[in-house]
Structure formats: structure tokens, C-alpha cells
Design a protein around this ligand. Structure first.
Ligand code: BTN
Length: 246
């Protein structure tokens, strides 16, 4: 069960780095590395993850998904996104998953996931699932594009420890489904909660803006966008940008 063993750190560079460093000790599956403060929190593609110390959740989960075919590794993103989505839906509605694994409320980002996998031969050996979720922070640096927190949405403070335990439980439920091979259920829930799904909106790819409608993902997790011509194009991560509304 995720979160039965929690390693509390006061300050660390990045919980993902710390978690990767203790993999060699064969820590138990589901162990969580939680930091009060990260001084080099990492996001996707060299981005930094900023979080005010003690205000939000910044943690990493250690998993050994040896049962998972690496060809299906996108299912780990789906599992973590859906666990966070269920947690947020318990607090407020209108949450969605911005492909591939950002968590949104309305048009703003409340959380992000950084998954670092280690694959040996043709099998998974470990996966570090790093999660940053904005809970009580109410002011963000100007360079962060469109941040939001639970507090900004609900107007009240939340107990971080309680939030972490709830999150561990909602993520565990989806990890169990993954272990039991319920890929179709993961896909259906993920697709039906995709940010902008079925809505015409602006996108940019190869420097070209276009209007499109997200229809879902393919079997490897690539994004499918229908263009005005009716043609459906497939995008890998970072091959397409969402043009903001408004
Ligand atoms: C993103 O949206 O760019 C992913 C952000 C992931 C941030 C979390 S915070 C806990 C863990 N440790 C890190 O250094 N990054 C992840």
C-alpha cells in the first residue's frame, strides 16, 4: 500500500533524486519520500518546480512495476494522474488532466507529475513517481504560467498530512487496478477527464498555429487531435503546445 512507509525530509534537492538514490537499498514498494522543502525541485524538461516550503505537497513514490510491459509505460502516468484527480474531485469539481499528466482546475495548473523509470532488459525494475501538488500556497512567482492551489479555489487552508494520506489511498486504488491489468478502465477514465477533450481550441506545432479538437490518446499515450479538415494528427510529448484561451 502506497504511503505505509513515509520518509520525512526537512530539506532536499529533489525528492525524486533522493528516492532514486535509495533504490539500491531495496526500500519497500509504495514508500513515499516527502519533503517540507525542495531547493532544486524538478519539472519536465529541465524546468524547475517551485513550491513554497511547508505550503504544498512535494513527494515521490517508489514503485517496482515488474508486471508492466515497458510498452505500456504510459499507464503509470494515467494511474498517477487519476489518483490525483480523484483526490481533487473529493475537494472540488472541475478538475481535469492536461495531457500527458498535468492536473488542472479550470484553466489553471494545480499539480504536476515527474515519472522516472528504470527499465532493465525488457522489464521495469523501478519507477519513481514524483508529485507536486499546490495545496495552501496563495502567491506564486510571476514566471509560473497559470498556477492555482486548493486554497485559492476553496478559500480555506488544508491539513497537508491528511491530504497526503488521502492521496496515497486514491493513487493506491489506481495502482491496484493497473496491477490487475485493468488498462481499459484506466484509459476510459483518463480520456473522459482530459482537459479540452471535445472542444475546439488553439494549438501550435512546428511553429504553426492550428485549430483542433482533442479526441483522445493512442495505445502508446500519444495525443490525438482532430483538425478542421477532419484529419486526426498524433503528437508526442512536446510536439504540440496548447494555445491559451482568451
Ligand atoms: C511538471 O509539471 O513539470 C512536473 C512537476 C513535478 C514536481 C514534483 S515535486 C516532487 C518531485 N520532486 C521533484 O523534483 N519533482 C517532483
Amino acid at each position: 500500500m502506497i504511503g505505509e512507509n513515509i520518509i520525512h525530509l526537512n530539506e532536499v534537492d529533489s525528492t525524486n533524486n533522493y528516492a532514486r538514490g535509495i533504490l539500491k537499498d531495496k526500500v519497500e514498494e509504495g514508500s513515499v519520500v516527502l519533503a517540507y522543502s525542495q531547493n532544486q525541485g524538478r519539472g519536465h524538461l529541465q524546468n524547475t518546480w517551485e513550491s513554497e516550503p511547508g505550503m504544498n505537497l512535494t513527494f515521490s513514490i517508489i514503485l517496482y512495476p515488474e508486471f508492466l510491459d515497458p510498452a505500456r509505460q504510459f499507464a503509470l502516468s494515467q494511474m498517477a494522474s487519476l489518483g490525483i484527480l480523484d483526490f481533487i474531485m473529493g475537494k472540488t469539481d472541475s478538475a481535469s488532466i492536461k495531457w500527458p499528466n498535468d492536473i488542472y482546475i479550470g484553466n489553471k495548473k494545480i499539480g504536476g507529475i515527474l515519472i522516472e523509470n528504470s527499465i532493465l532488459g525488457s522489464r521495469f525494475s523501478s519507477s519513481v513517481v514524483g508529485i507536486g501538488l499546490n495545496i495552501n500556497q496563495s502567491e506564486f512567482s510571476g514566471w509560473i504560467p497559470n498556477p492555482v492551489s486548493l486554497k485559492l479555489v476553496k478559500g480555506v487552508d488544508f491539513n497537508l498530512e491528511e491530504c497526503l494520506l488521502m492521496l496515497c489511498s486514491t493513487i493506491s486504488e489506481w495502482y491496484e487496478k493497473l496491477k490487475n491489468g485493468h488498462y481499459a478502465e484506466l484509459n476510459d477514465r483518463y480520456t473522459s477527464n482530459l482537459y479540452r477533450r471535445g472542444l475546439w481550441a488553439g494549438y501550435k506545432s512546428d511553429g504553426q498555429m492550428f485549430k483542433g479538437k482533442i479526441t483522445g490518446i493512442d495505445e502508446t499515450g500519444r495525443l490525438l487531435i482532430e483538425k478542421e479538415t477532419g484529419k486526426i494528427s498524433t503528437f508526442n510529448f512536446k510536439e504540440v503546445e496548447y494555445v491559451p484561451y482568451g
